[in-house]
Ligand binder design. Structure first.
Ligand code: GAR
Length: 216
């Protein structure tokens, strides 16, 4: 079976990249990570790509006059690698709307909240300040607005009493590492379609594929 080639874009630690690399190591996983792009040379996640023998490149946004030229450089590298899907795994740059629309329903982003709540940065601090009882993480198809787009999968994490942002972030991250590989597998095996702004998963989803209130 030909595996779908994926480009993973990162900006930092790369633990979600690592989860995708680990998932793609299975012979029956439908996607192959063909390229890792970081916009920062010091991103720790580049080591995961290097260790796994995956092609990786730094494309520093600061070297470009504007968003469109940065996006064009990203796109050239992605097309050159033969990638058909893009995963944003802690990639902290907003893609331009032309790029997002050209790759519509082929870019997956992970965000550490139950979208559409708590878009943007400092998510866990804001979750705690709001006093919500549950939070979680979301993988969605990218639209031009930040952390916006049709939802593929979410994982739910209870907010414990006396929680602090770091502990909460770690518990949410453990769930991120479960849902991102699953969402990518669904996308790569052609099971996802978008109708009226909502994602349909062909064949449905098993209850154990939807992490609700996990002990993580
Ligand atoms: C993850 O928690 C991811 O959900 C978040 O950045 C972190 C990256 O960690 N993404 C966003 O906030 C996007 N708006 P990682 O580099 O270890 O995967």
């Amino acid at each position: 079976m030909a595996r779908v080639k994926v480009a993973v874009l990162i900006s930092g630690r790369g633990s979600n990249l690592k989860a995708l690399i680990d998932a793609a190591a299975a012979a029956d996983y439908p996607a192959e990570i063909a390229l890792v792009i970081s916009n920062r040379a010091d991103a720790g996640g580049l080591d995961y790509a290097r260790d796994a023998g995956i092609r990786h490149v730094v494309i520093n946004h600061r070297g470009f006059a504007d968003r469109d030229s940065f996006d064009s450089a990203l796109e050239a590298a992605i097309v050159d690698a033969g990638a058909d899907l893009i995963c944003l795994a802690g990639f902290m740059r907003l893609l331009g709307s032309a790029f997002s629309l050209r790759w519509q329903d082929r870019i997956l982003n992970i965000h550490p909240s139950l979208l559409p709540a708590f878009r943007g940065l400092d998510t866990h601090e804001r979750v705690l300040a709001a006093g919500v009882r549950f939070t979680g993480c979301t993988v969605h198809f990218v639209r031009p607005e930040m952390d916006d787009g049709p939802i593929i999968i979410q994982g739910v994490v209870p907010v414990l009493p006396d929680e602090d942002p770091e502990r909460l972030a770690a518990r949410v991250l453990a769930v991120e590492h479960r849902i991102f590989p699953l969402a990518l597998a669904w996308a790569a095996s052609g099971r996802l379609s978008v109708r009226d702004g909502r994602v349909i998963v062909a064949g449905g989803t098993a209850p154990e594929e939807m992490p609700i209130n996990p002990a993580a």
